[in-house]
Design a protein around this ligand. Structure first.
Ligand code: BGC
Length: 740
């Protein structure tokens, strides 16, 4: 499997290099013929608005003809049809002087029409193949309507659940996010992004966007070089190594320098250190926003700063179109810099196959959207994304012939919110609700009572009476509670991580009936569900699970799928603990129960409610026989760490076996734990497997006191276990040379 991945990557990168060499001539040939205005036109991306006048469309057509637009964004069935796309492309290819095709971009984040779980849910599968599949399905659907380029994957690390965009990323860990970043790039682009069913990928938002202070979207980030390099950059590096064609520069500033005008990150690191050969597009209007940041006095200065830093394409601000030609004529920006940006853009357009396959067959989408295969992939991803947090007295799984079930809550008979944030062309009518999923599953003899109870937000408790009444009539109660799809995503940060509205009260009045209760939490973020964790016997976290959400939830509730998801973000006890993440530092006063002068709170525990990596199964797993071999290595050598994992229950189940290390003493302080490997295995009842990991220098290295990426000699602790909070512990030592 690993061999296959490496092989496929090598082929993909080989093909990329080859394409670059062969397109070099074509790019130079075009560049020689281009006027300065045409060059700047390639660097200009415009939005195709939802509402547009005839005059505006005509203006776009003229601009395309004059070579003033290089790319459009927001293509979809709406607002841009395949016909409109092809017409614009025809003007570019057949009507403009040089015939350079346009590139059409759209946000295909977790599916196009077949909506998969939000990326945070996909991450909880701990299954790179599923992340790859979700991206591949999104690519095949979107490319069928003429999308060439997706603004995904979002690989921002999020340590703060208040930040609405936590939903769009893979969680809090840089190692895991790196694995998924590469998987998503492979899924979108395939071996060859020019293939008709693939898209060009865009790693976003480069970089540090997830570190927004207070979890408030677009807010300032204060990041040390070390944290930037160790936590926020790795998923981008992994995506670049996997061959991502483009990168998006972020809205935020990084320690005083806006990311969309940051030469250090965009040029020194991305191109210099990582040899990224694709192009950088700014985030929406972020070049103009340099003025608000107080980093440029006007649009012209903003354009100059962004292009000099390394932003090649301007998303919608028009700053490049309006100001770059004049800046070049004034000698403030060199034309060489413009040439370099245009070279990168043309190379990506060639790599995307746009010169050979400029048009899209308008009938293609008829057979490409919502296919049976796509829907079953979405269901598989959704059920593997579900995390079982609690299951007292094996309340779950329920029997399909359970006498009667009461399904209560504002997310029960709800299709729209299961789509989650950034759901592209997803439609509520495509979604299997939790109510429908359960109805599909129950035997005809079983009774299903439903009550909404309350709205997701709002203060009305008028539905509580009915909710209590249906709960009293049932043998078991399922409560579907959580967030609406617009409570997470861009510009949707929250200051509270509690259930919104009166849902918490609803849970409490229903629990007061004394009936056995299962909570199904549907949300775009980690939530503070302390009361539920203490008082409700069974809890499933289903995130915003996409079009097959209801079926996936029902699969888990009734045991057709044994839950195997694990959290990739820590769940806090209260919002006051945020940011709370597993790979924190030890401090000089690590928390101790019996010592008040240690790093903790006086009112709650310092630990999260549910830790990173945590998730239960309907079966149980036992870890044994940890081996670390050899236990002493020289720098540069590798170590094998293995453990036996046994299914000690009566059902088959998947377990995500996790490997963590801790470098005990360093020239700089190191995190208390760092994930360095994981494997998801399937074990039959009573079955035992030995799971092995290899730790190499790459896993042990970090940025030392002089910011050199290196392995330091010393003692390491190592764990193999079911989460970041548990596991078998061993140790090993790294020495400079074995003769020591
Ligand atoms: C978002 C990006 C997105 C872009 C284009 C911006 O507001 O931050 O993530 O790709 O819009 O839709």
């Amino acid at each position: 499997m690993t061999f296959l991945v490496v092989f496929v990557c090598a082929v993909a990168l080989g093909a990329q290099k080859e394409a670059e060499v062969s397109c070099g001539g074509k790019v130079e040939e075009l560049l020689k013929k281009m006027t300065l205005e045409e060059k700047v036109g390639q660097m200009n991306q415009v939005n195709w608005p939802w509402e547009r006048s005839k005059a505006q469309v005509e203006l776009f057509a003229q601009q395309v003809e004059r070579g003033q637009i290089g790319s459009f964004l927001a293509i979809s069935n709406l607002p841009m049809s395949v016909r409109e796309r092809n017409e614009l492309q025809k003007i570019a290819v057949e009507g403009s002087r040089l015939g350079i095709p346009l590139m059409f971009g759209f946000d295909v984040i977790h599916g196009y029409r077949t909506i998969f779980p939000i990326p945070l849910g996909l991450a909880a599968t701990w299954e790179p193949a599923l992340v790859e599949k979700a991206a591949a399905v999104g690519a095949s659907e979107a490319s069928s309507v003429g999308v060439d380029w997706t603004f995904a994957p979002m690989v921002d690390i999020a340590r703060d659940g208040r930040w609405g965009r936590v939903a769009e990323g893979f969680g809090e860990d840089p190692y895991l996010a790196s694995v998924f970043s590469a998987a998503a790039v492979r899924g979108f682009q395939g071996i060859d992004p020019a293939s008709p069913s693939r898209l060009m990928a865009c790693l976003k938002h480069y970089v540090g966007y997830g570190a927004a202070e207070g979890g408030r979207d677009y807010n300032t980030c204060e990041l040390s070089e070390r944290t930037l390099r160790e936590i926020y950059l790795p998923p981008f590096k992994a995506g670049v190594d996997a061959g991502a064609g483009t990168v998006m520069s972020a809205f935020n500033e990084i320690s005083g320098i806006p990311a969309s005008a940051n030469r250090r990150t965009l040029t020194d690191i991305l191109r210099g250190e990582w040899k990224f050969s694709g192009f950088v597009v700014s985030d929406w209007n972020s070049i103009n926003e340099l003025i608000n940041h107080g980093f440029a006095k006007d649009q012209s200065e903003a354009a100059g700063r962004a292009v000099t830093a390394g932003v090649d394409m301007d998303m919608v601000s028009q700053a490049y179109l309006k100001c770059l030609p004049e800046l070049v004529r004034q000698g403030k920006v060199s034309e060489k810099l413009i040439d370099e940006a245009v070279r990168r853009i043309l190379r990506v357009k060639l790599r995307a196959g746009l010169f050979e396959r400029s048009y899209v067959d308008p009938n293609l989408s008829k057979s490409a959207l919502l296919t049976e295969g796509n829907l079953s992939a979405a269901r598989e991803a959704a059920r593997q994304s579900i995390v079982l947090l609690k299951n007292e007295n094996s309340l779950l799984p329920l029997k399909k012939d359970v006498g009667s079930v009461a399904l209560i809550g504002p997310l029960a008979d709800n299709q729209s919110d299961l789509l989650g944030a950034w759901a592209a062309l997803g439609k509520a009518e495509d979604v299997v609700s939790v109510l429908k999923g359960i109805r599909n599953k129950l035997s005809p003899e079983s009774k299903l009572f439903y009550a909404k109870g309350c709205d997701i937000a709002g203060s009305s408790t008028s539905g509580f009476v009915e909710a209590v009444e249906v709960a009293q009539r049932a043998d078991v109660v399922i409560l579907a509670v959580g967030e609406s799809k617009d409570m997470s995503g861009e510009a949707h940060s929250r200051s509270s991580l509690d259930l919104p509205g009166v849902q918490q009260q609803l849970v409490e009045v229903v629990c007061a009936t004394g009936k056995p209760v299962v909570v199904v939490l549907l949300s775009g973020r980690p939530m503070s569900i302390g009361w539920i964790a203490e008082n409700v016997p069974a809890i499933l976290v289903a995130w915003h699970p996409g079009v097959q959400g209801g079926n996936a939830v029902a699969d888990c509730l009734f045991g057709d799928y044994n839950p195997s998801g694990k959290l990739t973000v820590s769940f806090p006890r209260t919002v006051g603990q945020v940011p709370v993440y597993y790979n924190h530092k030890n401090t000089g006063r690590p928390p101790k129960e019996d010592n008040k002068w240690t790093s903790k709170y006086v009112d709650i525990s310092w630990t999260p409610l549910f830790a990173f990596g945590y998730g239960l199964s309907y079966t149980t797993f036992e870890y044994d026989n940890l081996r670390v071999s050899p236990s002493r290595i020289a720098i540069g050598q590798s170590i094998t760490v293995s453990a036996e994992v046994k299914n000690t229950g009566r059902r088959s189940g998947r377990e995500v076996v996790q490997l963590y290390i801790r470098d005990l003493v360093g020239s700089v302080t190191r995190p208390v734990k760092e994930l360095k490997g994981f494997k998801k295995i399937l074990l039959g009842p009573g079955e035992k497997k030995t799971v092995s990991f290899t730790l190499t220098s790459d896993h042990l290295a970090f940025y030392d006191i002089n910011m050199n990426y290196t392995v330091e000699p010393g003692q390491f602790a190592v764990w193999v276990g079911p989460s970041s909070a548990e596991g078998l512990e061993g140790k090993f030592e790294v020495v400079a040379a074995l003769s020591e």
